[in-house]
Design a protein around this ligand. Structure first.
Ligand SMILES: Nc1ncnc2c1ncn2[C@@H]1O[C@H](COP(=O)(O)OP(=O)(O)OP(=O)(O)O)[C@@H](O)[C@H]1O
Ligand SMILES: [Mg+2]
Length: 268
């Protein structure tokens, strides 16, 4: 079985070499625990390995993601980045296609237009933060990366990051399970290894993405000790599940360091 690097050495070792190719891995946790940074590592490792990357960011503009990455020692500007929201076509074949909120808005508008042409009497209006729009945007990204085969699904290994899934059901948490399932059916392929984030509501400790964790092939959970008691930000990471992997069962201390990013330490 082929294993895909997470971009964090210690985590790869804890996973018998990495995430099994084709897995859908969810990273859960409250704000500030390091979920987005783990996604950055995963995407960057992909670029370094020559994997095309699709990076969905609902939280930040990709410019800010790149800035954050640079601080942590990962320079995305070394690679050819294309934002799906841009008007002009890419001049060269991109290595990473970014889908931010502007990209989702553009795709939603295209889908609404298409519906208008097909049935002017019954127009379907697409929202930017809807699963249909997300799926269409991801498929468009596969085309831009020139990996889409006849059925539109990738013909070579691709890394997919979605940070965060919670944005898609923020106003309708009861839909989380249905949306997750719909997305999994549309994107879960042998040659798509995906990392998706899901936020925990710190007050209730309930994942907004209840449902996502159940259908995921892997769950990496991150948290921090109660800051009022600890009087410091002390972060942790644990692999809760990973299909086909005899993974480490103990938690790791997480440090986020300038120039390095996530540094894991085993505590015995
Ligand atoms: N250059 C840096 N050096 C050290 N720590 C940093 C640096 N940049 C960011 N951090 C730490 O990383 C944290 C942000 O992590 P990240 O954005 O991955 O959290 P998150 O889990 O995605 O949160 P959210 O749910 O709010 O999106 C910051 O709050 C800060 O503590
Ligand atoms: Mg984040």
């Amino acid at each position: 079985m082929k294993r895909i690097s997470t971009g964090v050495d210690v985590l790869d070792k804890a996973l018998e070499g990495g995430i099994p190719q084709g897995s859908w891995v969810v990273v859960t946790g409250e704000p500030g625990v390091g979920k987005s940074i783990l996604c950055i590592h995963f995407a960057y490792a992909g670029l370094r390995a020559g994997d095309p990357v699709v990076y969905v960011t609902t939280e930040q503009e990709f410019r800010d993601v790149m800035e954050q990455a640079k601080q942590l020692g990962m320079d995305f500007s070394r690679f050819s980045v294309y934002n799906i929201a841009w008007k002009k076509e890419p001049e060269e074949l991109p290595e990473i296609v970014v889908i931010d909120i502007f990209g989702l808005l553009k795709v939603a508008r295209q889908l609404t237009e298409k519906s208008k042409e097909e049935s002017p009497e019954k127009v379907k209006r697409y929202a930017a933060l809807s699963i249909d729009t997300l799926i269409e945007a991801i498929n468009e990204a596969y085309h831009i990366l020139a990996v889409a085969g006849e059925k539109g699904t990738p013909e070579r290994h691709v890394r997919l990051v979605i940070d965060s899934m919670s944005a898609f059901w923020v106003d309708k948490p009861v839909m989380a399970r249905k949306y997750s399932y719909q997305l999994k059916i549309a994107t879960h392929r042998d040659n798509v290894t995906a990392m998706l984030t899901s936020q925990y509501a710190p007050t209730t400790r309930q994942a907004y993405g209840f449902g996502l964790e159940h259908i995921a092939d892997g769950v990496i959970h991150m948290w921090m000790d109660d800051v009022e008691t600890a009087k410091e930000v002390r972060r942790w990471l644990i692999i809760k599940k990973m299909r086909m992997t005899a993974h480490e069962s103990k938690a790791f201390r997480v440090r986020i360091e300038s120039g390095r990013g996530i540094v894991l330490e085993q505590v015995t």
